[in-house]
Design a protein around this ligand. Structure first.
Ligand code: C5P
Length: 231
């Protein structure tokens, strides 16, 4: 069954504390399905913030980007699964054994692999001894993820086609860097609209500021759903 358009949007809870997170969740309760809890909010509020989002009926994407020895990552994933999160991230450059360990640790969970951070350039990679252009390394990492059972890949909207070609049809593609038509870009430079990202093959869109900073968050969310449906 195709995913309903509102289920394709993951609202990034990029706020510093529980009070502000609760405001966003209250504004979107019953409309949005997914929220993303990242290192800022999780580090300040701990597992209680995951419980709070779940109690309000949200599915939770825990974006902590695990990267460590396979045993440690596997136990980290297990602990996250026990919190009831539905998706989480690991770094694919942790390698095949780490990826397999993460996937095996929580069979019901969608483990997403991060390829190359969009903040990295060829110079950033060269400075740490990696002789690749990001655009060439992204599909290579995505293919390693797919080969080792990853549930999804996080990538920039401009990398969707290359990643889809590398991973096949069943691996989910999750993309940030999405801006509704006419929206403020903030610090995002290489963006697609929600409809264009879905048309390019994204399964989920991570959207923060266009919803968080809107005067009416519920209306902003609904407008993005409509834009996807119309596209
Ligand atoms: O506010 P905005 O819509 O730009 O938020 C996008 C979200 O996706 C943020 O949580 C950001 O950290 C995350 N993200 C990103 N670019 C990446 C990886 C993650 O914008 N390459």
């Amino acid at each position: 069954m195709p995913t309903a358009d509102k289920e394709k949007i993951i609202v990034a809870l990029d706020v510093p504390n529980r009070t502000e997170a609760a405001r966003v969740l209250d504004d979107l309760a019953g409309a949005a399905v997914w929220c993303k809890i990242g290192m800022q909010l999780f580090t300040s509020e701990g597992p209680a913030i995951v419980a709070e989002a779940r109690e309000r009926g949200f599915r939770v994407f825990l974006d902590l980007k695990f990267h460590d020895i396979p045993n440690t990552v596997a136990y980290g994933v297990k602990s996250a699964a026990a919190l009831g999160v539905d998706m989480l991230t690991i770094h694919l450059c942790g390698g095949p054994e780490m990826i397999r360990g993460a996937v095996a640790a929580a069979p019901g969970l969608c483990v997403l692999g991060v390829t190359v951070l969009t903040s990295s350039t060829a110079e950033t990679l060269a400075a740490v001894g990696i002789p690749h252009e990001p655009a060439a390394w992204v599909p290579q990492l995505a293919a390693v993820g797919a080969k080792n059972g990853i549930g999804g890949i996080v990538c920039s909207p401009l990398e969707i086609a290359a990643v889809r070609a590398a991973v096949g049809p069943s691996v989910k593609i999750v993309t940030p860097g999405v801006r509704p038509a006419g929206a403020d870009l903030g610090d995002q430079k290489r963006v697609l609209t929600p409809a264009a990202a879905v048309a390019a093959g994204a399964d989920y869109l991570v959207i923060g500021r266009p919803i968080l900073a809107a005067p009416d968050r519920r209306a902003a969310f609904a407008a993005i759903v409509d834009e996807i449906a119309a596209g």
